[in-house]
Write a protein that binds this ligand. Structure first.
Ligand code: BEZ
Length: 211
């Protein structure tokens, strides 16, 4: 059965470029991002792994551990990382899982069921500290993933986990947020002392509460 939002991210033990990792143990109480690749030495993926390495400080700031997976063996990964570091002008600073037998790719539904050739779906998973899947996005092979968007969603998830708010379309840090329907009108001033706007009974906004 395929994974859905809210499911516990399947646990696994994997050989990675940073040694053997037990996934849940490695995550600890942190947030996690797992992103998949069909093969090493693929051009779009080369740029993606480089982009994520450059964003490492942003992920650390949010207490997010990042791991990539590619359906090739470790010796191939090591050579590919050399290329990534060289061409993307960075140093890959997070583990890359070797998954030559597709064990983990299958566990996460990353293999297209109707394609016989190796074709790992290019997916991104965000996993919460409760180990549950908070986001899944699958991209076409020809479109490099937008990791600024992944960081934006993590910001929203971390904010909405703490406050009774949701974030509107294209929201970014510092912008107003939506008060959820669970908060009664009479409770709004105490819960959101920075003020609020009632645009419609179902659409109430307030300044971002944690700033
Ligand atoms: C890539 O360029 O990274 C790529 C090529 C084929 C399938 C998926 C990704």
């Amino acid at each position: 059965m395929s994974l859905r939002l809210g499911d516990v991210a399947p646990d696994f033990t994997a050989q990675t470029t940073e040694g053997t990792i037990k996934f849940h143990e490695w995550l600890g109480n942190s947030w996690g991002v797992l992103f998949s690749h069909p093969a090493d030495f693929t051009p779009v993926c080369t740029t993606e792994l480089g982009a994520v390495a450059k964003l490492r400080a942003e992920f650390d700031k949010r207490d997010v551990k990042v791991m990539a997976i590619s359906a090739d063996p470790l010796d191939s990964h090591t050579k590919w990382i050399g290329d990534i570091n060289e061409t993307q002008n960075t140093v890959v600073n997070y583990p890359l899982i070797a998954d030559p037998d597709f064990k983990i790719s299958n566990l996460y539904g990353m293999i297209h069921p109707n394609v016989t050739d190796k074709f790992t779906v290019r997916s991104v998973f965000i996993i919460g500290p409760d180990k549950k899947i908070k986001l899944m996005i699958t991209y076409p092979a020809s479109t490099g993933r937008n990791f600024d968007e992944i960081l934006r969603v993590i910001d929203s998830l971390q904010l909405t986990a703490k406050y009774s708010v949701a974030t509107p379309a294209n929201w970014k840090q510092g912008e107003d947020v939506i008060i959820t329907a669970a908060v009664k009108d009479e409770d709004v001033p105490a819960k959101f002392p920075k003020g609020h706007k009632k645009i419609k009974p179902y659409l109430r906004t307030t300044p971002q509460p944690n700033l």
